[in-house]
Design a protein around this ligand. Structure first.
Ligand code: FMN
Ligand code: ADP
Length: 283
């Protein structure tokens, strides 16, 4: 049956018969493997540690058709095993099945793991073996490391999608259009930012997706401040109030200090050529 995306605010918890439990920052391919084991009345129980920065809470539902219910780790981490199961049964009275990964632990001092879950829960417990891709274990902390290294392609493989951040447009130095190329300057709050450098990206503005190039880093050649700036390839777009989304595809080069604006401008024009060639070759 074709299922449509359901927000947890619209789904009655009484209808839920299966749940997957975890942190789910990233909604990566291992998380998706858990979700495949849910039935059509399945839900995601997301335990919020406060550290999520790949898919912060309000951005997570986009990546699953199953409704997500959020619980704050601080409020449940003291529970003994039986109290945790009791809570789940109170929350989801018709719960028949729980899906977790091989490393799932819960409760006081994380002393209850999958064996205890099987012992304490009267229904079915499905445990997913460790998911790896090309011998790399798929975990949000591993994906964060690849992003911090600028290895977007590996991060994207593990995510099963292009890493995407959301930001608000802010005013830049006003140098871009005059001395370089026009850019949209962004303020990014909740998302992990990849390593400083220049990236091939796609930018979504007002639901339209554009090919783009994005600089992240300290503007060591101009004012030294940290910036996230996107240039839309082949278009001149005015800054606007739209929330902007950036999808990362590939790093072109590291951040660099240039001897003057002329050199920086020449390099930016080269970067733009590389990005355009990339998009020509994939289509
Ligand atoms: C594709 C691209 C690459 C960039 N690379 C660098 C760089 O390597 N080093 C640097 O200091 N600034 C770099 N910048 C940032 C420029 O310094 C910045 O665009 C300029 O300061 C204009 O800023 P404004 O938009 O706030 O006016 C780059 C910008 C773009 C669009
Ligand atoms: N590589 C993996 N293979 C199998 N299950 C996993 C894997 N990564 C996470 N899980 C399971 O997914 C759920 C969410 O785990 P979480 O700790 O939020 O993920 P991560 O390890 O990526 O931070 C847990 O039940 C966990 O056991």
């Amino acid at each position: 049956m074709e299922m449509t995306k359901s927000s947890s605010t619209l789904v009655n918890k009484n209808t839920i018969t299966s749940i997957a439990i975890g942190g789910f920052d990233g909604m990566h391919i291992a998380h998706q493997e858990l979700f495949k084991n849910l039935d059509e009345h399945g839900a995601i129980v997301s335990i919020e540690s406060g550290y999520a920065n790949l898919t912060p809470k309000i951005y997570r539902q986009e990546y699953s058709i199953h409704p997500i219910y959020y619980y704050v780790l601080e409020n449940i981490k003291h529970l003994e095993g039986d109290q945790f199961i009791k809570l789940l049964k109170e929350e989801f009275p018709n719960l028949k099945k729980i899906v977790v990964g091989y490393d799932f632990c819960f409760g006081k001092n994380r002393k209850y793991c999958t064996d205890k879950l099987q012992e304490l829960f009267a229904g079915e417990v499905k445990i997913i073996d460790e998911i790896k891709l090309d011998d790399i274990a798929v975990h949000s902390r591993i994906i964060r490391e690849y992003l911090k290294d600028g290895d977007i392609q590996t991060a994207n493989k593990l995510l099963g999608k292009e890493y995407k951040i959301y930001g608000h447009q802010i005013k830049g130095q006003g140098l871009g259009s005059k001395s370089f190329v026009p850019t949209i300057n962004l303020k990014i709050k909740e998302f992990l930012l990849p390593k400083e450098g220049v990236y091939i990206t796609k930018t979504i503005l007002n639901e339209k997706e554009y090919n783009s190039i994005t600089f992240l880093g300290h503007r060591v050649t101009t004012d030294g401040s940290y910036a996230v700036e996107t240039h839309i390839l082949g278009e001149n777009i005015k800054n606007s109030n739209y929330t902007t989304q950036i999808k990362f595809i590939k790093k072109i080069r590291d951040n660099q200090k240039f001897n003057g604006f002329e050199e920086l401008k020449n390099q930016i024009l080269n970067d733009i050529e590389s990005a355009k060639n990339y998009f020509i070759n994939i289509y």
